[in-house]
Design a protein around this ligand. Structure first.
Ligand code: GUN
Length: 284
């Protein structure tokens, strides 16, 4: 079997068209656009590209963006001061602080100051707590993108064995909870997991978020498995996922490529979260 390659770019484009329409309706209704504040501290090259693409996504869909570029030596106090100002600004419905923050800054402490209603990354303890409790909330963007792709392709989640390799707060843990919410039987694997290969081979849906290039090899995947690759690694100067794509695609039923799979969905989900946050804040 050769897998169907999931085209995240095309799915993403279709969703952005819909978001653009909903943003237009929101703006006509309220007389102002949904607003997203993006905060970038320091000079990290990859972060600059992500932020540029987030702002471009706003422009494409009619969301108003407010960009704040802070120097590498900005203090934690100054970032928190800015967050508090944005919390009180009723034209700003979403606040995104790009990670990683410069060395010496406590990211968790900084993020905890974002009003959870404006937390469009879905990283705040209130939003992660709501996710744990199975309540509707603002869901983290990358895991949301994975669920949307699975649904778009008609891949059944309910009753299936979903294996998530990786337990980060940004991807692995929330993705596992979102798959559970969709009634999958979920196993989370990590660096201390024994029998990783056997567990992965028992997956109907295998999600790789380990941050190691080509970590998931064909012998770890069973015939017909749906494989979602959330890795973003550099290998010989090229972007490469956590899955050995060329070999795994011969066994899987569906597979996301890197680039062009989950990646394009992340910013689209951020735009969707911004619209959702704006609607919640503006509802009378
Ligand atoms: N850095 C890498 N990924 C992300 C993300 O999804 N959100 C934020 N805020 N920073 C990131």
């Amino acid at each position: 079997m050769s897998a169907k390659i999931i085209d995240g770019k095309s799915v993403s484009l279709g969703i952005r068209q819909k978001i653009k329409q909903y943003v237009k309706e929101f703006t006509a209704n309220y007389g102002f656009e949904p607003g997203l504040a993006v905060v970038l501290a320091g000079d990290d090259g990859a972060s600059k590209v992500y932020v540029k693409n987030k702002i471009k996504g706003c422009e494409e869909t009619g969301i108003k963006s407010f960009a704040y570029y802070l120097p590498e030596n900005v203090s934690q106090k100054e970032i928190i001061y800015l967050i508090n100002t944005l919390n009180g600004d009723d034209k700003v419905h979403g606040i995104l602080v790009q990670l990683p923050l410069p060395r010496g800054i406590d990211e968790e402490e900084v993020l905890s100051h974002i009003d959870y209603k404006k937390d469009v990354d879905g990283f705040h303890a209130v939003n992660t707590g709501n996710l744990l409790l199975g309540r509707d909330t603002i869901y983290p963007c990358t895991p949301s993108g994975c669920i949307v792709l699975l649904k778009y392709e008609g891949i059944q989640i309910e009753g299936k064995h979903a294996v998530v390799v990786g337990r980060s707060n940004i991807v692995g843990k929330p993705l596992a909870l979102m798959l559970l919410k969709e009634n999958a039987t979920v196993t989370i694997c990590h660096s201390k997991t024994k029998n990783l290969k056997e567990i992965c081979r028992s997956a109907d849906i295998l999600c790789a978020a380990v941050g190691r290039a080509k970590f998931i090899t064909a012998d770890m995947v069973s015939e017909g498995c749906a494989v979602i690759d959330i890795g973003m690694n550099r290998l010989d100067g090229k972007l490469c996922g956590d899955v050995d794509f060329d070999n795994v695609k011969e066994k899987a039923s569906f597979i996301t490529p890197v680039p062009g799979g989950v990646g394009p969905m992340t910013i689209t989900m951020l735009l969707s979260n911004t619209l959702k946050a704006a609607k919640t804040q503006c509802a009378k």
